[in-house]
Design a binder for this molecule. Sequence first.
Ligand SMILES: Nc1ncnc2c1ncn2[C@@H]1O[C@H](COP(=O)(O)OP(=O)(O)OP(=O)(O)O)[C@@H](O)[C@H]1O
Length: 246
Amino acid sequence: MITVNNLSVYYKQKNSTVQALKDVCFTVPRGSTCAIIGPSGCGKSTLLSVLSGLHHDYSGEVLVDGAKVHQVRRQTALILQGHGLLPWKTVWDNAVLGLQIRGVPKRVMTEKVSVILKDLGLWEMKDRYPAQLSGGQRQRIGIARALALDPDLLLMDEPFSALDALTREALQKQLLSIWLNNKITFVLVTHSIEEAIFLGQRIIIFAGHPGQVIEIVDNPRAGDMAYRKTKDFHEVATRVREILEQ
Ligand SMILES: Nc1ncnc2c1ncn2[C@@H]1O[C@H](COP(=O)(O)OP(=O)(O)OP(=O)(O)O)[C@@H](O)[C@H]1O
């Protein structure tokens, strides 16, 4: 689904240039999950901007579904940290926003968003405003809005970082069931080793300034709800921690 070859990104400022990524190479198979982890400032968010088509000033090759990424792609959804909710709109109005912008007929929109809100446990609160919800519920509206667009690729930038541990685990599981039911490809940027291992079948470890890939760990058991409590899980966690500490 994703092929990245020798990707380098520079941010040009008035009097200087910052290189954010250097010679990044990796692939993500269709329908699989991938976690991107690395220290602050190593270019993870920049990578998501490139993959989403928001940042197209790069060198190297970036292909999504076989096509070069040079603009925002219709079937790619991006969920950012702040979830981008409009505070003056209700849960329902926030969730249908993307479909409204695309001019989807009201009946189709209502059917689709109703199912998604029910699946995500947001139906009862559809007339509330974001300020009247918990952090986890707000994050789920962001996910609902993204899913309503029927993406085949879901990109997430630290979606659960502001949540407490239990809410975070509940949302991780919810994300996995969405993935199991919809078979979309997802790429998640995270600072949490646990989260990367629970959710990422491929874990891409970044380091440095400019950011480079230092290791790619295959983690095929990600996606199994019972994985977190296994010995394998803790072994992979130790390995990833050692690589990050190098
Ligand atoms: N618009 C910009 N202009 C100039 N430099 C930028 C810009 N955006 C990011 N950078 C720089 O590019 C590098 C990578 O930033 P990026 O936000 O992609 O890292 P990150 O790994 O996502 O960081 P964090 O984990 O802290 O969110 C950093 O050195 C950052 O200062």
